[in-house]
Design a protein around this ligand. Sequence first.
Ligand SMILES: Nc1nc2c(ncn2[C@@H]2O[C@H](COP(=O)(O)OP(=O)(O)OP(=O)(O)O)[C@@H](O)[C@H]2O)c(=O)[nH]1
Ligand SMILES: [Mg+2]
Length: 290
Amino acid sequence: MKSGFVTVVGRPNVGKSTLVNHMVGTKVSITSSRPNTTRHSVRGVLHLPGSQAVFVDTPGLHRPRTMLGERLVETAGASLQDVDVVVPVVDATAAIGPGDRMVLARSIAARSEGGIAVVVNKVDRASRADVVTRLASVAATVEELGGGERAEYFAVSARTGEGVDELVEAIVRRLPDGPPYYPDGTVTDTPEAVRVAELVREQLLRRAREELPHSIACRVTEWEWPRIRCEIVVERDSQKGIVIGRGGEVLKEVGTAVRRQLPPGVYLELYVRVEKRWQQRPDALDRLGY
Ligand SMILES: Nc1nc2c(ncn2[C@@H]2O[C@H](COP(=O)(O)OP(=O)(O)OP(=O)(O)O)[C@@H](O)[C@H]2O)c(=O)[nH]1
Ligand SMILES: [Mg+2]
């Protein structure tokens, strides 16, 4: 039996969560077109005959400007400890920049037994020539950083699934011998209440504009199945109205979209609370689970 932890890292918005969901075959992590969507390390377990890969989705590595940002970067960093394979992800549609370089350096520094499987993602949106350029420049960077020996490169589309099977095969090959970490059938260890709060935030991110995404946090405050109460925290009074929508329209849409992803009969109650500057306050961040 082969088994191990496979941490997926990268700048915000490069497609880490989309990729993890695709590799696991289940939506374990929320995704959105906004940077800094993922705020926890989210584990997704792939069970195969003779092997088990525990994928760890992480918050995007970036230069933090808030205390929330600092915690996100810390969370991602912690998931690079005691890891068997690291999967750094870069975006095929953008040139390799200093942020990617830092991601690659940290991936190499993790000194994982199984080395690194570097992913150039979003190839469905890039020309062939761009993909080739990106692969060459990412490989040159890894060489320069001294990680070339244990690295392999994959051009992938997490959206269409192109190249994902080959990537998964290579990752599994790199896993050490060991017993499974999770029982058969377990896909994630995210608590149900956290999952529901995340689904609510995902729907809000779909509808939010400008700076609002960063200001939103969600937390389940009451769980009396089938009744779930979830609070939506924003930073300013003006944001409260936007989240609620005219006549409660936005909240109603959000509730409907989330319920569709939950077992039938769930009664989901959403309410909005303003908590000034929560992104900068340790007590608020603790309470919100970040
Ligand atoms: N065209 C295309 N879009 C993709 C692909 N993978 C992800 N995306 C899109 O890119 C955006 C970001 O995807 P996420 O998976 O949320 O990115 P992330 O790296 O987890 O982002 P953070 O959690 O914010 O760090 C979403 O709009 C995805 O639909 C891909 O292979 N092709
Ligand atoms: Mg993510």
